[in-house]
Design a protein around this ligand. Structure first.
Ligand code: 5GP
Ligand code: MG
Length: 194
């Protein structure tokens, strides 16, 4: 059967979704490019990916299948948003990595770079564990002109404005991770702001 993704309008995603910011086909094209650049950056062909749960899951699964490397996969879970808040707070580690990091070339993967606290925390842990190298990769990076010294990721899928997005792994109140596109959340009254 022929698939027609244009039949799925954002209206089908629910009243909280304002629209699609980055459609799935643009994500797929960009992931091909990202994967090429990552492969070039690891000429030895050995890589340990440390993925930050839960938001990076969809990005992770699409990306690693484009990486024909000797690849190990580890996860870490860091809390950044308390339930239903949309402004990031001081993160803390909820699930630690398996610990197989000493001497490894580690690529940390997260869904989105906002203040940089989450990636900064994980980066510090990986360095302290004695990794041979540490790089970072995010699907999305928010423009935060108000934070001039914010860290940059080594690999970035898309730079976006400072707005709250869901879908393709990203949630709001634990919902919408399964949307196939990156979508904009409607600015709901009563939503916690920054
Ligand atoms: P940071 O620590 O860089 O401020 O925030 C990074 C984390 O905050 C991400 O891993 C993600 O979980 C969450 N986050 C930041 N911006 C957004 C957003 O626009 N939408 C969603 N769903 N999560 C976000
Ligand atoms: Mg996250």
């Amino acid at each position: 059967m022929m698939e027609d993704s244009s039949l799925i309008s954002h209206e089908a995603y629910g009243a909280e979704i304002a629209g699609v910011l980055i459609p799935r086909h643009r994500i797929a094209v960009r992931l091909d490019e990202l994967a090429r650049r990552i492969i070039e950056a690891y000429p030895d062909g050995e890589l340990t990916i440390l993925a930050a749960l839960t938001g990076s899951l969809v990005f992770l699964s699409d990306l690693i299948r484009r990486l024909p490397l000797r690849l190990r996969l580890d996860v870490v879970r860091v809390s950044s948003y308390p339930h239903q808040a949309t402004a990031s707070r001081e993160p803390s580690v909820l699930i630690a990595s398996s610990g197989d990091l000493p001497g490894r070339h580690v690529l940390i993967i997260d869904d989105i770079l906002d203040t940089g606290r989450t990636l900064g925390l994980i980066r510090g842990l990986v360095l302290a564990a004695g990794a041979a190298s540490v790089r970072t990769c995010v699907l999305l990076s928010k423009r935060r002109d108000d934070l001039p010294g914010r860290m940059a990721a080594d690999f970035t899928g898309f730079d976006i404005d400072d707005q709250f997005v869901v879908g393709y792994g990203l949630d709001y109140g634990d919902l919408y991770r399964n949307l196939p596109d990156v979508c904009l959340l409607r600015d709901l009254a009563g939503r916690a702001g920054r």
